[in-house]
Design a protein around this ligand. Structure first.
Ligand SMILES: *Cc1c(COP(=O)(O)O)cnc(C)c1O
Length: 465
């Protein structure tokens, strides 16, 4: 690197302007999301062509670069941090968590090993212990901090795969699948797509999954559960992406425990219900499972990407994620990579710690229960406007159905282009439905009423067209 370029970069920090500029844009953005259209305008999307330019040959000007990014970027964002975005299961951001992340980004800590960042190691340790306390899990549980539930599901099932094979006298890490004894995979028919992905990545093959039929809300039917045994990995769900429903952990985990099966629970957004006194009944008995996956970036409202795997068999998880290399200095202290597939990782524990320290147990309860209250409000208001709700609104998801697929799809289109709120679609029982997910702390009662009115307007428009 030329001395010139290096000096130019040192100067960026010394002038103290570069982050100030970003900070100005950031506050403008954050304070505009309450009123901002949840989805970018057609014009903002067209303006994205301003990013299509030849790859620069020479160095640029940081001020102009940030200016360009903000000018054409901010308006083309999906304002999921505002109060009227109900797509997928996305979650907002807690102010303290985004601020802690900024600071952490500046520190640029690698949380692979203790020696790479004692701070990152300590905060992972603290978060692990607070999470266990929050969910009432025994001390033997360990946590891995990774990008999201897709990875966390993979890790939980990989730990189960390691343990079951080990019990059969087979080391899957060294011996692989050829000639291995058979392991069964049992999952509910309504399992999230990330489950099938993990099964495929782990080499079991999706066609080998023994799918269990589910009820009208996507919950595993107890009567359909096959006999379980010690060679079985059973995958359950806390929070179905559309229905928001929970499997009956209490009954199923007791069976699985006595059969010595491994139970993984995909609780990406739903497991957090266990942190609310009034919703805890939904996750009753979940602690009979062996591994859990959940997302702080969903219900807890940390920024992306922030997933967690919790596992009651630290050896199985560590062995499944095994890594070695002569230069790796494992220590007495927590080495984050022990429980994750990645080595180099940003320090997600920092923003997770900030979120948990800020909210505390009471605040998390309030946040989680508040999402449910807003979901109930939305379903009540929609019903009062003669919309049909097809699911039991046990948590934060609402499914709306209209007279015909044609009308439903038109309403979805109208809502998405309304600038008032944003909701997606799904298929339920072969019919088109509208999916509403309440995931952000920023959603107010007024946001819900305003959005319900937007549904009415979208329906009138659909029927008159
Ligand atoms: C979101 C979600 C996933 C996938 O999680 P990512 O964090 O997006 O990887 C898996 N299962 C359920 C139930 C989810 O809601």
């Amino acid at each position: 690197m030329t001395v010139n370029l290096r000096s130019k970069m040192f100067l960026e920090f010394e002038k103290k302007e570069i982050l100030e500029q970003a900070k100005g844009y950031a506050f403008d953005y954050l304070n505009s999301t309450r009123e901002r259209s949840p989805f970018p305008s057609a014009e903002a999307i067209i303006n994205l062509k301003n990013f299509e330019e030849p790859f620069p040959k020479s160095t640029g000007d940081s001020k102009n670069i940030l200016e360009h990014l903000n000018r054409y970027g901010a308006d083309a964002t999906v304002a999921s941090t505002g109060g009227r975005y109900f797509g997928f299961v996305n979650g907002g951001v807690l102010p303290v968590s985004i601020a802690a992340r900024w600071l952490a980004d500046v520190w640029d800590q690698n949380s692979a090993l203790y020696v790479m960042s004692p701070l990152a190691s300590k905060l992972e340790e603290v978060c692990e212990s607070w999470l266990k306390e929050l969910f009432g899990l025994p001390d033997r549980f360990v946590a891995g901090f990774l990008s999201g539930s897709s990875m966390a599901i993979l890790c939980g099932i990989a730990a189960g795969r390691y343990r079951i094979f080990k019990n059969l006298g087979w080391d899957i890490n060294t011996q692989g699948f050829y000639g291995a004894p058979e392991i069964r995979i049992v999952a509910g028919r309504q399992a999230h797509g990330a489950v099938a992905k993990a099964i495929a990545l782990l080499g079991f093959g999706i066609d080998r999954i023994e799918w269990v039929d589910t009820d009208s809300q996507g919950r595993i039917l107890l009567s359909e559960l096959p006999d379980l045994d010690e060679n079985t990995i059973l995958i359950l769900q806390a929070g179905h992406v559309s229905f928001g429903s929970f499997d009956d952990f209490e009954s199923i985990c007791v069976k699985a425990r006595s059969a010595k099966s491994w139970v993984h629970i995909d609780g990406a957004f739903g497991l957090w219900a266990g942190a609310s006194a009034k919703l805890k009944h939904l996750t009753k008995g979940f602690d009979g499972g062996n591994s859990f996956s959940l997302d702080a970036h969903k219900t807890l409202n940390t920024p992306y990407d922030n997933g967690i795997v919790l596992c009651d068999d630290s050896e199985a998880l560590a062995q499944a994620m095994q890594t070695s290399g002569s230069y790796l200095v494992h220590s007495e202290n927590r080495d984050g990579m022990t429980y994750t597939p990645e080595m180099s990782r940003r320090s997600r524990g920092i923003e997770l710690w900030a979120a948990m320290k800020y909210l505390g147990r009471d605040g998390i309860d309030e946040l989680v229960y508040g999402l449910h209250q807003r979901a109930v409000q939305m379903s009540e208001e929609l019903k009062s406007f003669d919309f049909e709700i097809v699911n039991e609104v046990v948590f934060n998801q609402i499914l709306v159905i209209c007279d015909s697929d044609k009308v439903t799809n038109k309403i979805i289109k109208n809502i998405q282009s309304s600038g008032e709120c944003w909701a997606g679609g799904a298929i339920w029982d072969g019919k088109a439905v509208i999916r509403i997910s309440i995931c952000s702390w920023a959603t107010t009662e007024e946001d819900i009423s305003r959005s319900a009115r937007a549904f009415v307007a979208a329906r009138s428009k659909a029927l008159s067209a």
